[in-house]
Design a protein around this ligand. Structure first.
Ligand SMILES: Cc1cc2nc3c(=O)[nH]c(=O)nc-3n(C[C@H](O)[C@H](O)[C@H](O)COP(=O)(O)OP(=O)(O)OC[C@H]3O[C@@H](n4cnc5c(N)ncnc54)[C@H](O)[C@@H]3O)c2cc1C
Length: 573
């Protein structure tokens, strides 16, 4: 029997009844089509997967008739803002409200709509490479859409797909520590990490061995999936570059169903593309081997002030001190993350290989200037002997940080700002952020500068704009949780016009981080991949000749269109 993740399967069984629709030419099959795989075919697939096929149901389905279950519904509602809750579901994602068009919200009344919509129809709980190979062969044979899910942190809409079969990498948790990795490019300690391992899990392991590794700043982001394959910034970016810069080799299942190894000397083109060219595009990563570094003492600092009781001008003058001084961190090989809106400014700082006095010296250009302009601020400084203790202090661990406004729906635009040479451009960017804050939005401002030199001169597909960046600049505005897909699209377009386009005009030639950007950026090919795009497309076509892997902003994604009913169709011509 195919496993079900909830008791609600009956409510959705109509979706698998074979209908009379004919799949349009060039399109993926949907459950309403005559040629959707039969129950017998799904059962045979399940048998060949050793019973690991899951018949899915939307995570909100216990809150709706005819399968309403108050106890289960309360579980869903009470855990909705936990990243791990979505991570432990075979198909749910953290930002699901952005992409599901209210198809099965747990917060609507029991009689409100609950349909499977863009959630995958089936999922494979993967534990062997053979499971992945079987799944890719099945989707190819039956023309079924295919998606890959690891943690579900994706904010670009690549983990969901109407009428899809998903593979769930979550339970691949092996870590193999290698004392003396040796290749023509690197000799030293390394770790081989399977596809489902979370950042914090690896940080704990590394700490026990006196090492540090590159992963997400958020503890529940995956190591080997979208984070590293899309570039991957971290608290160590200004010291060791991006996550992709530290990849040494991969084990990969190709979309044609082969299990292979890639490194700078073996299937080099695939290695190059997987290291920064985006997840779910060229192959399914089974494991990645990454560099490991010796543990270091770290100083954590926090600085904050508020707009309460001071003039708006003084508040924004104070924020501009940080905006003008980001090289304190990028040149100082330190991490900083500023969050600001119209009422508060908070700056979290993380300085490796530093002491309390060294840290105070580092941030002195900022604190002195704040004193001169007369803002009162709080500054706390905490030295730690190792990176993990500092990380726990700043970000918390998997459990303590397991909160995220997963059901908050918002609009976003991001830009990798280069170091600004002109005070006029800097001023215009400051005016833009003030305008955003006054319109109810907020800014996450991350001084990140993974130059080629810092990254160790890797050859990979990381967007060249990263090498010249000074700040990963994220502008967002939260929308009402009941917003529909159309409302989100309209708001995103407006946001792009008001903030995204002006930012682009002020920073021509820069780009945006493909994992954290406007998911409907019309210029995504250039903004996310730059001059690498054509080479990446050739590599995609070589390794994925049938176009099994798709993402609307993944390389080759513009060859497909999603129709109103979610059906994915190849653009002919
Ligand atoms: C709360 C939060 C915090 C974040 N913090 C950071 C941060 O500190 N630094 C940073 O750089 N980014 C950060 N991000 C963005 C994050 O890196 C991306 O969302 C990333 O794609 C997540 O990858 P994942 O594998 O964990 O998640 P998933 O959502 O499961 O996958 C993301 C993408 O990768 C693909 N994928 C997953 N596994 C594989 C695989 N084995 N082979 C091929 N493709 C695969 C998926 O199909 C999808 O396209 C954050 C996002 C959120 C929501």
């Amino acid at each position: 029997m195919i496993r079900t993740i909830t008791k609600t399967l009956a409510a959705f069984s109509f979706l698998t009844v074979r209908g009379l629709s004919v799949t349009p030419p060039g399109c993926k099959v949907l459950p309403v089509d005559a040629n959707w795989p039969s129950i017998d075919e799904w059962n045979r697939l399940n048998a060949s997967l050793e019973g690991n096929l899951i018949r899915t149901a939307p995570i909100g389905s216990p809150c709706h008739n005819p399968t309403f279950d108050q106890v289960q519904c309360d579980v869903v509602r009470n855990n909705w803002n936990r990243t791990l809750f979505h991570e432990e579901s075979a198909t749910s994602i953290i930002s699901e409200g952005m992409f599901t068009n209210q198809s099965c919200s747990p917060f609507t009344p029991p009689d409100a709509q609950c349909i499977i919509g863009v959630y995958p129809q089936y999922s494979v709980n993967v534990s062997t490479p053979a499971h992945v190979i079987t799944a890719v062969r099945f989707v190819k044979q039956h023309n079924v859409r295919f998606v890959v899910k690891n943690t579900g942190h994706d904010v670009m809409g690549k983990v969901l797909g109407a009428g899809s079969l998903s593979i769930w990498m979550h339970n691949l948790q092996n870590r193999t520590w290698i004392d003396n990795f040796s290749s023509s490019r690197y000799i030293g300690p390394a770790v081989q990490v399977q596809a489902g391992v979370l950042s914090d899990t690896l940080y704990q392991d590394a700490h026990q061995r006196g090492h540090i590794v590159i992963g997400g700043s958020f503890p529940t982001v995956g190591i080997a999936g979208g984070h590293l394959q899309g570039g991957g910034h971290s608290v160590l970016t200004n010291v060791y570059g991006l996550a992709a810069d530290n990849a040494l080799s991969y084990e990969v299942i190709t979309p044609t169903g082969r299990f292979i190894r890639t490194s700078p000397t073996e299937n080099e083109d695939l290695f190059w593309a997987l290291s920064g060219g985006g997840g779910t595009t060229y192959g399914i990563v089974w494991s990645v081997t990454v560099k490991v570094f010796p543990d270091v003492p770290v100083v954590v600092g926090r600085l904050n002030f508020a707009s309460f009781g001071i003039s708006e001008d003084l508040y924004w003058d104070s924020i501009s001190v940080f905006q003008d001084h980001t090289p304190v961190f990028t040149d100082g090989n330190s991490y900083a993350a500023a969050f600001y809106d119209k009422s508060t400014f908070t700056l979290s700082m993380f300085a490796v290989n530093n002491s309390r006095s060294g840290f105070l010296q580092l941030v002195k250009p900022i604190t002195s200037r704040l004193n001169v302009i007369g803002i009162s601020f709080n500054l706390s400084v905490s030295p730690f002997t190792d990176l993990r203790s500092a990380f726990l202090n700043l970000f918390g661990d998997t459990q303590s940080r397991d909160i995220y406004a997963s059901n908050s729906i918002g609009v976003t635009t991001t830009r990798l700002l280069p170091r600004l040479q002109s005070t006029e451009i800097a001023l215009k960017i400051k005016q833009l952020t003030r305008k955003l804050a006054n319109a109810g939005g907020s800014v996450v401002d991350l001084p990140l500068r993974p130059t080629l030199k810092i990254a160790g001169n890797p050859e990979n597909a990381v967007l060249p704009a990263w090498r010249n960046s000074e700040r990963h600049f994220i502008l967002t505005k939260v929308l009402d949780d009941s917003a529909t897909g159309d409302e989100i699209n309209t708001a995103q377009m407006q946001f792009r016009n008001d903030f995204g386009e002006p930012l682009k005009r002020l920073t021509p030639g820069a780009g945006a981080y493909l994992n954290e950007a406007d998911p409907s950026d019309p210029n995504w090919k250039n903004d996310f991949y730059g001059v690498n795009y054509q080479r990446l497309l050739q590599i995609k076509d070589k390794w994925d000749p049938d176009g099994i892997l798709f993402g609307s902003t993944a390389v080759g994604g513009d060859r497909w269109v999603e129709q109103k009913d979610g059906r994915l169709c190849r653009i002919i011509g």
